[in-house]
Design a protein around this ligand. Structure first.
Ligand code: HEC
Length: 135
């Protein structure tokens, strides 16, 4: 009898604990999602007026986070940022839309979206426009 009572108490406590644990993990998830949103907005603000427009990342932001690794020094033959000689032949041949499509889909050693799976089509385009700025 005594053992059975203990068992019921223990089982009840476990159930309550489990319910709380479930609640806590939901809170955890909510908390985890929230700061990401805040960081995103803060980043957009830090980028200045170019980033204005619904929290989209600026071309410079996208370039610095996803493209710089290859496009600053020309890894694997990547056209280098702001180097007209690297970009002009591609733009002459395919136009901005052509190179944009290739950046979205990938071309040779250039990975689709430059590995930025979370970048929108427009953010990829903005990064290209940043790389060819002044050319
Ligand atoms: C892993 C290295 C790497 C990363 C990261 C990378 N690229 Fe590239 N990219 C390349 C290489 C290599 C080429 C040249 C491909 C070729 O024409 O053979 C290229 C070419 C391009 C071209 C020209 C395509 C054409 O049709 O001529 C564009 C536009 C481009 N990249 C945009 C981007 C953007 C935007 C990002 C970031 C979001 C990015 N790349 C990130 C390696 C990379």
């Amino acid at each position: 009898m005594k053992l059975k009572t203990w068992f019921i108490v223990a089982a009840t406590a476990l159930t309550v604990f489990a319910a709380q644990a479930q609640e806590m993990s939901n809170d955890d998830i909510a908390n985890r999602i929230k700061p990401v949103g805040q960081i995103h907005v803060a980043g957009a603000e830090a980028a200045g007026p170019a980033a204005a427009g619904g929290g989209a990342k600026s071309g410079e932001d996208v370039y610095n986070s996803a493209c710089v690794a290859c496009h600053s020094s020309g890894v694997l033959g990547a056209p280098k940022v702001h180097v007209a000689a690297d970009w002009q032949p591609r733009l002459d041949e395919k136009g901005l839309d052509g190179v944009w499509q290739n950046a979205l889909n990938g071309i040779n050693a250039m990975p689709p979206r430059g590995t930025c799976a979370s970048c929108s089509d427009d953010e990829i385009k903005a990064a290209i426009e940043y790389m060819i700025e002044g050319i």
